[in-house]
Design a binder for this molecule. Structure first.
Ligand code: NAX
Length: 328
């Protein structure tokens, strides 16, 4: 049998944690033949709730779940971690300034990055879900100088999946017919879902839609503001769909993209497509054998260029702000 993989989940007692842990334990994260050791990190007051979730995990008798450990110490929770899902974060509360939000999250992601640096396994792969995800990933990465920078990623897969679904609805095509969609930039309202390179059953998606007004006034804002629409409807933020996207992100990273397709991941820029080096921005990527590559050579039209630049500008400002706070 295979050696179990150590998977650390932070914010394990939260609502995304609750939707995520059972799918990791049932084999959806890494594969139906890969046993896992779950390491749950929570803040002290939430340890009891995490224990309750662990009791339920026990009660599922998952054949692939080798062990569960719960801790409020990042040095313990990240010890030997092969995969880390950083879900717990400080949400923006009413009246909170951006600087305060970034500072509060720096207090979470800087020590977690250091603990990953000092204790995680050599093959560690990190996905940051907790918002502001791209900049939190940057903070964690900066605190982990011994870990290759490209192992720190931020989640835009939920945005990617939302865009797939909206495009499928508009065109009547099944989502499985849609390939090569891209989310560019920040996981925020400035993100840019790009259909100009996407294909629907082999035909260019922008040609199939051929409705510029729908694209600019409906599709892009619907995808970008979907999180707020879910809160409005549910009275709580996206949880099951966010957990599903986290599963998709790691599964694709580890097991690869399908031939002829790509996905979207927030990753450290190498300068491609004019995105300043080091910013953690969403790109079209392919993955193979546990590593990913930015899809190169796509032609970026004027419509796309302006939107990518606007989102990248926001990321640059966030980087400046955390730099000024001494967080990177
Ligand atoms: P919850 O508030 O339900 O859960 C967060 C959990 O994190 C809590 O149990 C809390 O005790 C824990 N936590 C806080 N600080 C911690 C620390 N230092 N170490 C370990 N655990 C800590 O939030 P939930 O709905 O689960 O959302 C989690 C994060 O995901 C939020 O930041 C949210 O904004 C973000 N999201 C990101 C998305 C994305 O696409 N990238 C989409 C969904 C979601 O909005």
């Amino acid at each position: 049998t295979r050696t179990p993989v150590n998977v650390t989940v932070t914010g394990a007692a939260g609502q995304i944690g609750y939707a995520l842990l059972f799918r990791i334990a049932s084999g959806h994260l890494l594969g139906a033949d890969v046993p896992v050791n779950l390491r749950l990190l929570e803040i002290t007051p939430a340890l009891k709730a995490a224990e309750g979730t662990a009791m339920e995990l026990d009660d599922c008798a998952f054949p692939l779940l080798n062990s569960i450990e719960i801790s409020d110490d990042p040095n313990v929770a990240f010890d030997g971690a092969n995969v880390a899902l950083l879900v717990g974060a400080r949400p923006r509360t009413k009246g909170m300034e951006r600087g305060d939000l970034l500072e509060a999250n720096g207090g979470i992601f800087k020590p977690q990055g250091k603990a990953i640096n000092d204790h995680a396994a050599d093959d560690i792969k990190v996905l940051v879900v907790g918002n502001p995800a791209n900049t939190n990933a940057l903070i964690a990465q900066a605190a982990a100088p011994d870990v290759p920078a490209e192992r720190f990623t931020a989640m835009t897969r939920l945005d990617h999946n939302r865009a797939l679904s909206q495009l499928a609805k508009k065109t009547g095509a099944p989502v499985s017919d849609i390939k090569r969609l891209t989310i560019w930039g920040n996981h925020s309202a400035t993100q840019y879902p790009d259909i100009f390179h996407a294909e629907i059953a082999g035909k260019n998606a922008a040609d199939v839609v051929s409705d510029q007004a729908w694209l600019a006034d409906d599709f892009i804002p619907t995808v970008a503001k979907r999180g707020a629409a879910i809160i409005e409807a549910r009275g709580a933020s996206s949880a099951a769909s966010a957990a599903n996207a986290a599963i998709d992100h790691v599964h694709t990273w580890v097991n690869g993209t399908a031939a002829g397709d790509w996905t979207s991941m927030g990753i450290p820029s190498d300068g491609s497509y004019g995105v300043p080096e080091g910013l953690i921005s969403s790109f079209p990527v392919t993955a193979e054998n546990g590593t990913y590559k930015i899809v190169q050579g796509l032609e970026i039209n004027e419509f796309s260029r302006a939107r990518i630049d606007a989102s990248v500008k926001e990321l640059t400002e966030e980087r400046e702000a955390v730099r000024a706070l001494g967080l990177i």
